[in-house]
Design a protein around this ligand. Structure first.
Ligand code: NAG
Ligand code: NAG
Ligand code: NAG
Ligand code: NAG
Ligand code: NAG
Ligand code: NAG
Ligand code: NAG
Ligand code: NAG
Length: 800
């Protein structure tokens, strides 16, 4: 530590020259005209911030020349970049350090004066210091006193300073978020937007001691130490997750409004997040503009969603929010013209007419109806008090949706308006990111509503004209999310699909693994399956889903269900890819192919067929009865039963599977027919309730196929005199049985002739008996899968 403080002068410019400026750095030579700290940790110089635009900045020195992704820790002129021609930073004889744009305008200066020889030094702490030559203690100016969005270890953050976020991940200009010491000595985060501003950290409704802060130390100073402890005079401390090690560290107010501690080992490129101020990023104000709210999906990140009946104002800038697609004026906001749509787990902070305790829902609704400006109300149970609170709202800002929030917003809508909450969430969640780096400036006027005389509007922040830049707020944010291990489980209780142990592949990896999807090995209802070779030499089957328009969140939800399933007769899933429109699943590869392939190639003797029948039954019994959720496969057929090298079956393809909560069987959720012709139970055809017995029926058909060697898909051609007609396998077997009395002679009639007469009669009789029970028309006559397993197991080791 002490060594860090030893000062190395790299560039010493003494005021002994004849010129008016003692030294200068030129933007044209920005690659050579740089200042490097003694140990090389930091570099100062002209940093490109856009097309022909430069800011004088300090950044962590990088190995490669490309500055585009350097970690900038300070900027002199973040809001006023200089031209790439003739701009320079000069230390004048008067002692002033000045940045001139295109040789003419001073855009920034240290406002220092001195008649003594001066030197400009970049310390290894990242502090750029202007001081008298060889006078260590005499600092005229230092960058540590004027932080931008980042604090470095041992940099004091004091009452005179504030951190201001950047506009976005790739725009360095000042954004809307600020960290500062408030008048009551508390360190706070403020959203200072073009229209409104509000404190969001610590939670604004908490008094200092409830937020574990003390307001009676007026020294107002905070500091991050080299070991990773950030502490402030108001008793706020943040101990980083890697506290105790000397690492490169920084504390940055990110463009999404959260302060994060980052750390990395020396020489490494990637920063890890080791702590953050705001524990619930969804609740950060201003991220989603008015009439929209943020939702979090662990994998896709944070999104802004318009309220039902509202449309996004600017698809490239979520912070502008949404506007109503309907019109309600004071005279038609009556009960007969409006209705309230409930949005559970959604909250909007602020802009309440009142906080009314112990109100019934009806009272709350009536209150809102009477208020012309009331566009929604929040109604929730406050647990500590055991009473319901009513919060009628005049504006809907700072919205978020979280399963942990136990209240609802009731949104006022015209009675006619038909709006689906879901359609809105799915369709307009995504943000169109503008690749255009040019700064688009929009003039936006804010017209204040006429105030209703009888109502005092609390928290009404009026403001005049504002200028909003079109931003891509979230791109880098997503990037951080994806790369940071520390965000795997966020505090809302979401668990990433990653927790299920799947590997996430990129599309290009899988494209390469399948040699551009050249070797097709199967086609299912949901997609096409290709053989692939991963870079670690594992052979895999890669299923590319056709329904690529499926929302990533929905896709991941299904994955997490599959991830919890684990049975030796269930195909193993190794990974997935969800990138843009692409949805792919990576499975273990079965060398021997499917049951269909094996039946047609005559590779299966009776022993193997019995083993496959039993294994498949066990797997289905597991799915139906042992899993936490009750899972129907709904597409049991030989193509979906794969065979491993030991002739064990592995049930594959959950493309059509439907999860059904036990005791909560909602038949209406099966809106369309599922399954494959020939294997579908009569319930599908007659529109009867769908239960696990549909899988039992399909399983019975598969057994019949294994016994007879005939395909259920094509059916059986019957020649009846001159006429021929096609009969289903099930009908064919049933008819055979009707004309016979004994099971034994039935077996002889239907058995697969290609296997000769060398069969185990007991086993075959069992199989046939089970198969016929499974394909009973009446679902209650069919056994369940565990009964099937039992019946098959009884004769597993028999032989005649
Ligand atoms: C930074 O950019 C260089 C060159 O484009 C690239 O090789 C490197 O991987 C990038 N680093 C990060 C952390 O993005
Ligand atoms: C610098 O300027 C200020 C006023 O602008 C003056 O009071 C001060 O004496 C000057 N210092 C030096 C060293 O010239
Ligand atoms: C400091 O503030 C706390 C409340 O935050 C109060 O209880 C305490 O008495 C104060 N101490 C002093 C010395 O003022
Ligand atoms: C962090 O620093 C504060 C103030 O110096 C101190 O009270 C606290 O104990 C430190 N925390 C750790 C973990 O060292
Ligand atoms: C106030 O905070 C500063 C910095 O954390 C600390 O050095 C000082 O002792 C505190 N003063 C009191 C009275 O607690
Ligand atoms: C309410 O009134 C406004 C104008 O007064 C009209 O434009 C709007 O269509 C009406 N809305 C309904 C739902 O009647
Ligand atoms: C709530 O209001 C009802 C009557 O409206 C009253 O009986 C009850 O005591 C109130 N509860 C509380 C907790 O104030
Ligand atoms: C989503 O936004 C687009 C573009 O603003 C709009 O055309 C579309 O109607 C919106 N969809 C919904 C469901 O609001």
């Amino acid at each position: 530590m002490a060594s860090l403080l030893i000062i190395f002068a790299i560039l010493i410019f003494l005021l002994h020259f004849q010129h008016s400026s003692s030294f200068s750095l030129s933007v044209e030579k920005h690659e050579e005209d740089i200042i490097i700290s003694p140990k090389g940790t930091f570099t100062a110089g002209f940093y490109p911030v856009g097309e022909n635009a430069y800011s004088f900045a300090i950044w962590f020195t990088q190995k490669h020349k490309n500055l585009a992704n350097a970690t900038v820790v300070w900027m002199a002129n973040r809001d006023q970049p200089v031209n790439g021609k003739c701009s320079r930073l000069s230390l004048l004889k008067t002692g002033n350090l000045v940045l001139t744009d295109a040789g003419h305008f001073d855009v920034w200066s240290t406002n220092t004066n001195s008649s003594k020889p001066l030197e400009l030094i970049l310390y290894d702490t990242g502090n750029l210091v202007l001081r008298e030559h060889n006078k260590i203690g005499f600092v005229l100016w230092q960058s540590f006193d004027f932080p931008t969005d980042t604090l470095l270890p041992d940099q004091s953050f004091t009452r005179h300073m504030k951190l201001v976020s950047s506009k976005s991940g790739n725009k360095y200009s000042s954004g809307f978020y600020k960290l500062f010491f408030d008048n009551d000595n508390l360190l706070r985060l403020l959203y200072d937007g073009p229209q409104v501003s509000s404190i969001y950290w610590p939670s604004p409704w908490l008094v200092s001691w409830d937020a574990s802060r003390s307001s009676n130390n007026s020294s107002r100073v905070a500091k991050l130490d080299v070991l990773g402890n950030f502490s402030s005079s108001d008793d706020f401390t943040l101990k980083t997750s890697d506290y105790g090690t000397v690492l490169q560290r920084r504390l940055t107010l990110d463009f999404d409004g959260n302060v994060r501690a980052y750390s990395r080992k020396h020489g490494q490129e990637k920063w890890l997040i080791s702590g953050q101020f705001h524990q619930q990023p969804l609740k950060i104000h201003g991220i989603c503009g008015p009439n929209s709210y943020s939702i979090n999906n662990p994998k896709t990140g944070r999104k802004c969603v318009c309220l039902p009946g509202y449309n996004r104002i600017n698809n490239q800038d979520w912070s502008q929010g949404c506007k109503p697609s309907f019109q309600l004026s004071c005279n038609n906001k009556t009960e007969s013209k409006t209705r309230f749509q409930r949005l559970p787990h959604v909250d909007f902070y602020g802009y309440d007419y009142l906080h009314q305790a112990n109100f019934t829902y009806k009272q709350c609704k009536q209150f809102c109806l009477r208020m012309c400006e009331c566009i929604a109300f929040q109604y929730r149970l406050v647990n500590d008090e055991g009473v319901f609170y009513c919060y009628p709202k005049s504006q809907l800002r700072n919205g978020f949706s979280s399963p942990n929030f136990q209240g609802s917003i009731y949104l006022r809508l015209p009675k006619r308006e038909h709006v689906s909450v879901h359609a809105n969430v799915i369709k307009n969640g995504s943000l169109v990111c503008s690749r255009n780096d040019g700064v688009e400036q929009l003039k936006k006027s804010y017209v204040e509503d006429k105030e209703n005389g009888s109502v005092k509007i609390i928290l009404w922040f009026a403001s005049g004209l504002g200028v909003i830049e079109a931003l891509c707020f979230f791109m880098i944010w997503f990037f951080l999310f994806k790369n940071s291990e520390h965000f795997v489980i966020d505090n809302q209780g979401y668990v990433l699909a990653g927790a299920t142990g799947f590997q996430k592949f990129t599309y290009s990896e899988l494209k390469q693994a399948t040699k551009c999807f050249s070797q097709e090995i199967g086609k299912g209802a949901g997609g096409t399956v290709y053989k692939g070779l991963l870079s670690d030499n594992r052979v895999v089957a890669i299923k590319r889903l056709h329904e690529a328009n499926k929302e990533e969140s929905e896709f991941l939800a299904e994955l997490s269900v599959i991830g919890r399933l684990n049975h030796m007769n269930l195909i193993g899933m190794w990974g997935y890819c969800a990138e843009g429109k692409h949805r792919l699943l990576v499975f273990e590869y079965m060398e021997k192919g499917s049951l269909t392939d094996n039946l047609s190639s005559n590779a299966l003797n009776w022993g193997k067929r019995y083993k496959i029948a039993l294994g498949t039954a066990k797997c289905l019994a597991y799915l139906h009865e042992e899993c936490l959720e009750w899972i129907l496969h709904c597409d049991i057929k030989p193509q979906n039963i794969l065979i491993d090298s030991n002739y064990q079956p592995k049930v594959a393809d959950f493309g059509l599977s439907k999860l059904v909560q036990r005791n909560n069987f909602d038949n209406s959720s099966f809106s369309r027919m599922r399954g494959t012709r020939g294997y579908m139970g009569p319930e599908w055809i007659f529109n009867l309730p769908i239960t696990s017995k549909v899988d039992v029926y399909s399983y019975g058909v598969v057994l019949l196929e294994m016994i007879t060697g005939k395909s259920a898909m094509t059916g059986i051609l019957i020649t009846d005199g001159e006429k021929t007609h096609n009969e289903s396998l099930v009908t064919w077997v049933r008819e055979k049985r009707r004309n016979l009395s004994e099971m034994k002679s039935l077996v002889e009639q239907i058995v697969d002739p290609t296997l000769g007469s060398n069969y185990d009669m007991v086993k075959l009789e069992t199989l046939t008996m089970v198969a016929l029970k499974c394909v009973e028309e009446e679902k209650d006559m069919r056994p369940n899968m565990s009964e099937v397993v039992e019946m098959l197991q009884t004769h597993e080791h028999d032989s005649s």
